[in-house]
Design a binder for this molecule. Structure first.
Ligand code: NAD
Ligand code: MG
Length: 400
């Protein structure tokens, strides 16, 4: 019997890599359900190849168009529109595993639903853990779910930890986690040129091909900041025991320093199919189609400390983790608004951290909301504030 997998965010970069791994092992895995926001052509292609039982389209018009096309092609896949569709995908009874690969806060509710249903949650959507780490980890525990990190760094760390380790427990014998970061496309760009960097330049990552939001996050290093917070939840360690190291070649995907002085690392090609197939097959190992790493061809490997002046987003994220309470939630919401505005040309690259800083200052040291409704309310409030902050800026610029 093959393992049923639901893919949240199936039309994205992680979704495509997951479907590729499934296609390589048709005897082992089957895509039973999939979701997208509004990409009708992308979802039609998925339905043609994988014949899932059910798909969700958040956009209602897109859902109607997809239904018509599926009828024309005589494909019996059911289409469920809206947020209800996302939950139906996450909770699909034939799915033992759920790939959580929606980008941003929109992934939170379906990821929580999968956790409550006791699925194996393959977590790519780091934003859900940053927004509501306590709630998600509790839901995993209460639902009897399994949580396997798909983010390459966290997957690398998971691979380096002792065999019995489960996410959410503090690992024994671990002194420090060394989270590697490529530094993105602007690692060595002269500082005075950063202001005018375009969205396309920010999305031109030297090593990884990814969706646009995470690509901008990599350019600001907010991605690494979110990952530090993600690591704190997954591995039960405080901020002081998670260190970021810039490693421009992206060959070492992260490391763990043990009490006895050993440093364990996981290395590989920068290809998300490695952590994806690892999570799907765990505790077994399968081929995910990834080229084998040639260390001689990879050339010298460098490691440096991050420059927090160049990357203020990384500093803000570290401060938010230490501050605790609602700070990580505020950081994430403001970042999503700022990145979206940057991609639309409404703010400059160097204004992204300014929007986040202003949002963090406004929210002060509020306690962490303890229910999903309170989290979503606060997320909405910060989004409104950040949006207005950006609007006021644009207004001032027009009048200048
Ligand atoms: P992407 O932009 O390529 O794809 C995003 C997917 O989410 C699409 O299927 C899209 O339809 C869906 N989506 C977008 N907005 C939505 C909404 N409001 N409601 C429902 N669905 C929505 O993104 P990606 O690069 O695949 O990243 C997905 C997640 O995985 C992100 O959280 C990212 O941080 C994480 N991640 C990605 C990579 C990578 O290599 N791409 C690596 C590590 C972690
Ligand atoms: Mg990562």
């Amino acid at each position: 019997m093959s393992v049923g997998i639901s893919i949240l965010g199936a039309t994205g970069s992680i979704g495509a890599s997951t479907l590729d791994v499934i296609e390589r092992h048709p005897d082992r895995f089957r895509c039973v359900a999939a979701s997208a926001r509004g990409d009708v052509d992308g979802m039609l292609a998925i339905c043609q190849r994988h014949r899932p039982d059910l798909v969700a389209m958040v956009d209602a018009d897109a859902a109607a168009r997809l239904s018509t096309l599926l009828r024309e092609h005589s494909i019996p896949t059911e289409v469920v529109p809206g947020e209800a569709g996302l939950l139906a995908v996450a909770e699909h009874p034939s799915a033992e595993q759920v790939m959580a690969a929606i980008v941003g806060a929109a992934g939170l509710l379906p990821t929580l639903a999968a956790a409550r249903q006791g699925k194996r949650v393959l977590l790519a959507n780091k934003e859900s853990l940053v927004m509501s780490g306590a709630l998600l980890m509790d839901a995993i525990e209460a639902g009897g779910a399994e949580l396997l990190p798909i983010d390459s760094e966290h997957n690398a760390i998971f691979q380096c930890l002792p065999g019995g380790f489960r996410c959410g427990l503090a690992p024994t014998g671990v002194e420090e986690i060394l989270l590697t970061a490529s530094g993105g496309p602007f690692l060595d760009t002269p500082l005075d040129q950063l202001t005018d960097m375009s969205p396309d330049a920010a999305c031109a990552h030297p090593n990884w091909v990814m969706g646009r939001k995470i690509s901008v996050d990599s350019a600001t290093m907010m991605n690494k900041g979110l990952e530090v917070i993600e690591a704190a939840w997954l591995f039960g360690l405080p901020a002081g025991r998670i260190r970021v190291i810039v490693h421009p070649q992206s060959v070492v995907h992260s490391m763990v320093r043990m009490a006895d002085g050993s440093v364990l690392a996981q290395l590989g090609e920068p290809d998300m199919r490695t952590p994806i197939v690892y999570g799907m097959a765990w505790p077994e190992r399968l081929d995910g189609g990834v080229r084998s790493l040639d260390l001689v061809a990879a050339g010298p490997l460098e490691f440096r400390d991050p420059d927090l002046e160049r990357f203020p987003c990384l500093r803000l994220a570290g401060e938010a983790l230490v501050a605790g309470g609602a700070a990580p939630l505020v950081l994430n919401a403001a970042n999503e608004v700022a990145v979206d505005a940057f991609l639309r040309g409404a703010v400059r690259f160097t204004e992204i951290p300014e929007v986040i800083d202003a949002s963090l200052s406004r929210a002060g040291s509020e306690a962490s909301p303890d229910s999903i409704d309170a989290i979503l309310a606060m997320d909405g409030e910060i989004r409104r504030f950040a949006g207005e902050f950006i609007g006021n800026r644009e207004g001032r610029r027009r009048h200048a």
